[in-house]
Design a protein around this ligand. Structure first.
Ligand code: PEP
Length: 250
């Protein structure tokens, strides 16, 4: 029997405006009562998310953070600043951060540690590129990304954390991993953690991300090791996001 409660997180990326967000959040709030959901919004909109979502079933978080606590780091945002705006979650190591902003496995691990040290739940993104999948190194890549965190923070740091498996070739491309492809990597991730701590592995929430939409959510969420989703494009469309959350809640 699955002990884990599925969680769906929306990654708004660099989308939205005060006016658009107000409309989207007003639609999500009543539709997601009692559902386990999070929206990860751009930094400037955290205050708005806090004001609108406070007291609702929807948690909010950020899409990135600094590995530092404070100091001369122009343009950066610390974990404690996110806490000031009531964040519970923060995405770390999204593939766009890794590929477009050069975030290494080591830096992602440092951000993961900074998030946890402040009491935020990190959503640690891992996943392979198309080249890596086609070269047969998917598991090696995902293992390397997880090992960076295990090396810095230990396997115990996965207690209460979230891992999001996001094959890079499926993010924003409309190409979803098949439920079987996703399940295989999710089982690999859980097995890797289980080799170090079986109880913790059984509790670990592993989300799938990559072109999830209402139409394909149910079959993905039905896989035994898929515990929810990290949703990009479809999280900006209220009906889509609600339908995905409902598929996960079944
Ligand atoms: C993402 O932003 O993490 C993501 C999975 O995007 P999309 O759902 O649009 O593929």
């Amino acid at each position: 029997m699955r002990m884990r409660k599925k969680l769906v997180a929306g990654n708004w990326k660099m989308h939205g405006s005060l006016a658009e967000n107000a409309v989207l959040l007003a639609a999500l709030k009543p539709a997601l009562v009692g559902v386990n959901a999070v929206v990860c919004v751009p930094f400037p909109y955290l205050a708005q998310a806090q004001t609108i979502l406070n007291g609702s079933s929807i948690a909010w978080g950020a899409q990135n953070l600094s590995e530092h606590n404070k100091g001369a780091f122009t343009g950066e945002v610390s974990a404690s600043m996110l806490l000031d705006f009531g964040c519970s979650y923060v995405i770390v190591g999204h593939s766009e951060r890794r590929s477009l902003y050069g975030e290494s496995d080591g830096l992602v691990a440092a951000k993961y540690v900074a998030a946890q040290a402040a009491g935020l739940t990190p959503i640690l993104c891992v996943g392979e590129s198309l080249d890596e999948r086609e070269s047969g190194v998917t598991e090696a890549v995902v293992a390397r990304q997880l090992d960076a965190v295990i090396k810095l923070a230990g396997v115990d740091s996965f207690a209460g954390a979230i891992v999001a498996y996001e094959p890079v070739w499926a993010i924003g491309t409309g190409k979803t991993a098949s439920p079987e492809q996703a399940q295989a990597v999710h089982a690999f991730i859980r097995g890797k953690i289980a080799a170090l701590d079986p109880d913790l592995a059984g509790q670990l929430i592993i989300q799938y991300g990559g072109s999830v939409k209402a139409a394909n959510a149910a079959e993905l969420m039905a896989q035994p090791d898929i515990d929810g989703g990290l949703i990009g494009g479809a999280s900006l469309v209220a009906d889509e996001f609600v339908a995905i959350c409902q598929a996960a809640a079944k």
